[in-house]
Design a protein. Sequence first.
Length: 394
Amino acid sequence: MTEFLVKHFIKDYEDIEKVSVRTAYGVLSSIVGILCNLFLFLLKGVIGFMMNSVSVMADAFNNLSDAGSSIISFVGVKVAQKPADKDHPFGHGRAEYVSALIVSFLVIQVGFTFFKDAIGKMKSPEELNFQFVSVIILLLSVGVKLWLGIFNRKLGKKIDSKVMLAVFTDSMGDVITTAATIFSIIFYAITDINIDGIVGAGVSLVVMWAGVEIARDTLEPLIGSGIDPELYNKIKEMVESYDGIIGTHDLIVHNYGPNRSMASIHAEVPNNADIEHSHEIIDKIERDAQEKLGVFLVAHMDPVETKNTEILKTKSQVHITLLSIDKKCSIHDFRMVEGKHQVNLVFDMVVPVTYTEQQREYVKNELIRKLKEIDPRYECVITMEHSFLSDQKE
C-alpha cells in the first residue's frame, strides 16, 4: 500500500534530494494521517460514549490530537519548502522541526488531560456497558494505527524526516494504549471488575511519554546536535580524495533542516604548492560538495610541511606520544620553531567534547611531560579544541 500511494501521488518520487519531492512526501503523510485519525476518532468516540469508558474516550481524543498533529505537520513541511529570502538566508528547513515540537506538546497535553480524568474514574468508578462489537472495532483501529505507523516510518527513513518518525513513535504508542483499553474491556466482561480508570491512567502516561520522546528527538537538531557520522565521513572522504589534498580537520556541520546543511572544513595542502593551483582545487571541492552531497561547503586552505624530514619526524613523535596517552585525541596544524637552546612545538590538540577540564589538562600536561623526556629542549604551545562528534559517535 505504501509503495502504491507513493508511486501514484508523488511525482519523481525517487529524486528525494529535491525539495519539491520531499514536500510531496510530507503532504502525503499528513493527508493520510488526517484521514485515518479522524476516522478513528469518530469510531472510538461513539464506542466510548456508548460504553461510558474513560480509557476509550482518552484513546479517541488522542486520535483527534493526532489528526491535529498531522495538520501541523502539513503546515510545517509546506513552510519548510520555502526558499531562502533576505530574512532567512539559509531557507526555512527548520520549520519542520518546529512543527514536530508543537506536535509533541499537543500529545503531552492530551495525555495529561485524560490522566486527570482517569484519576477521577479510579476514585469513583462507573459501570461499563460491554459490547462485543466494540472490541472488534477497537481491534480494527489497532490494525489501522499499526499500518499508519509503519507507513510513516518508511517515508520518514526514506527522506530523513523528524516529523514522520515522530508520527511513527506516536502511532506505536497508540497501538499499545488501544490494546490496553481492549484488555480492560475484556477483563471487565470476564470478571465484572472495573479497571477502566487504572488502564486509562496507564494509557495517559504512555501518551505523555510518547510526547516527551518526540520533543527530545526534535529539540536535538534545533539546539544543535553533533555531526552525523555518516555525513561526516562522506564529506571528509570526498575532500581527501582530490589530488593535492593531504588531509582534513576541523569539520563543522550546521543543520538548517533535513537535507539543508552548511559545513566548513580545513583542507591541508603542501606548503610548497602553487597557491593558485591549490585554490582552484578548493573551489572545485566546494562546487562538487554542493552537487554531490547537497552540502554548502566552505573549505579553508591549510598549508602543511611535506618535505622537511626533521619536522615530519618530530610531528610523528608528538602524534605517537599522544596516542600512547589517549587514543581519542589528535593533533593538527603542527609547526616547529628551532632555537639554540629551545625548540618550540606549536600545534592544535583535539579532545572529545565530553571531556572535563580536568581530563583535558591531564592529557595536555602528560603530553608535555613525555615530550620533555624525549628532548628537554621541547617547549609546547598547545591550542586545545574539542571534536564536533559526540563521544559515543566517535
